[in-house]
Write a protein that binds this ligand. Structure first.
Ligand code: MEV
Length: 441
């Protein structure tokens, strides 16, 4: 019976046939509202095709809120930043932090490096000394072999920068690696890097086969590395501590600064806290990465690996309070593109980049680091003053009201009733039911 659910050739079915197949095998009791899939198709068929072609076996689209966080003052420019995120308080928090720093000099960002990394993993039984002896000739042979693939990138100022031989043969017999560094300008460069590396693989094998027995060399794989510690941007904010006086009626600027510094310090010390702390940073980072058609999994993987660079997972942001000055900054490794990939193909990613003024990759790195820092600032500001739930539940109230199909009058009554009360799902539900019962009487 279960075996019937196996299917071959699913990808060849039309969208309608795929949905029918789901209906036949996974909706026997008719409880699933499969019409929902069609409801989310784009009316414009060519647009629907564009979206479908991004992935295999697409049967519908999955919309997410596309929001704007205005007032981001970054390196003397002002941006309205597009953010795609489903978590209710993120855009509000980013906007409020952006507004707070707007008239305090804004966010200062500096790209510290743009180097990307690729790896050619191979086995060689002739020993490391032989590889070292041939290395210079291997290097020039490999570079020559990718002339055609790299010509356009070189015209734009990029290409292969360098390569080094890494010896892992103590950990795994005969295992070596060519670690290659690249400049990919405004493109994320994944396809470029992978094409170059695959060509390097063929060429390295051919070169070594010319000098050693064929069976002595085996190319294992060629792929970029998502760990790019030298593709990194620093974003910072700073102000005199008395400029923080207005943040909370409960604390002076100096007290707030010290509580904030302590919150960051905890995330520098304790991986349990650091994970949540950095997650808050990625609330902001990912939402701009997504909105601009970039790869948020690559960006996250890199950031979390980098956060462990000193041997233990730690905060990506740092804070000092010295000589009356509050300083808060983040070093964010982030590899992304503003040309190629989805950046033009996805109409909303394209629009997001237009709203940002068609930034270069370096400018987008800066914008994203500033948003990450703003998000972190907003979260810690709440955590060390009112606590996070007040703001979160206020935003979540809208979701609860939507869930219960509240009309405008009910929304107004509930919002006003809970303005000074603790919001919880059950409390809102009970109040709403009570309200409805009273109206019916
Ligand atoms: C929630 O999405 C993010 C926070 O937990 C971040 C933090 O604790 O710093 C609020």
């Amino acid at each position: 019976m279960e075996a019937k659910k196996f299917i071959s050739g699913f990808s060849k079915l039309s969208k309608e046939e795929k949905i029918q197949w789901i209906s036949d095998f996974y909706n026997k009791d008719g409880k699933l509202d499969l019409k929902m899939f069609e409801a989310f198709w784009q009316k414009d068929e060519s647009l629907q095709k564009v979206l479908e072609n991004f992935s295999e076996n697409t049967i519908s689209n999955f919309p997410m809120p596309f929001g704007i966080a205005p007032n981001f003052h970054i390196n003397d420019k002002v941006y309205a930043v597009p953010m795609v995120i489903e978590e209710s308080s993120v855009v509000a928090a980013a906007s409020s932090a952006a507004k707070f720093w707007m008239d305090k000099g804004g966010f200062k960002c500096e790209v510290l490096g743009t180097v990307k990394i690729g790896q050619l993993h191979f086995k060689f039984s002739g020993g490391v000394d032989a590889l070292k002896e041939h290395f210079d000739r291997i290097n020039s042979t490999l570079i020559e072999s990718v002339e055609a693939i790299t010509v356009n990138m070189r015209k734009r100022g990029g290409g292969v920068l360098d390569m080094e031989l890494v010896d892992f043969s103590e950990q795994e017999d005969n295992y070596y690696q060519l670690r290659v560094s690249f400049e990919t300008c405004d493109s994320m460069g994944a396809n470029f890097i992978n094409s170059v590396l695959e060509q390097f693989g063929h060429e390295l094998k051919a070169y070594l086969n010319n000098h050693y027995k064929e069976e002595q060399t085996e190319i294992v794989m060629a792929i970029l590395s998502n760990l790019t510690p030298n593709c990194i941007v620093r974003a910072s904010v700073s102000c005199p501590i008395d400029a923080l006086d207005a943040i909370s009626p409960a604390f002076s600027g100096a007290e707030f600064a010290e509580r904030f510094r302590m919150a960051v310090r905890i995330a520098e010390i304790d991986p349990y806290r650091a994970t949540t702390h950095n997650k808050g940073i990625y609330n902001g980072v990912d939402s701009v990465v997504l909105a601009t058609g970039n790869d948020f999994r690559a960006v996250e993987a890199c950031g979390h690996a980098y956060a462990s660079k000193d041997g233990s997972y730690a905060s990506l942001s740092h804070c000092t309070v010295e000589e009356g000055i509050f300083k808060f900054w983040i070093d964010l490794p982030i590899a992304l593109g503003t040309v190629g990939g989805l950046t033009k193909l996805h109409p909303l990613a394209n629009l997001a980049l237009e709203i940002l003024g068609r930034p270069s990759a370096q400018e987008l790195m800066s914008i994203i680091a500033a948003v990450g820092l703003a998000q972190n600032f907003a979260a810690l500001r709440s955590l060390v003053t009112t606590g996070i739930q007040k703001g979160h539940m206020k935003m979540h109230l809208k979701n609860i009201l939507t869930q219960f199909n509240a009309n405008a009058a009910e929304e107004q009554a509930v919002t006003s009733y809970f303005s000074s009360k603790v919001i919880s799902h059950s409390a809102v539900r009970d109040y709403l039911m009570d309200l409805r019962a009273r109206v019916e009487q």
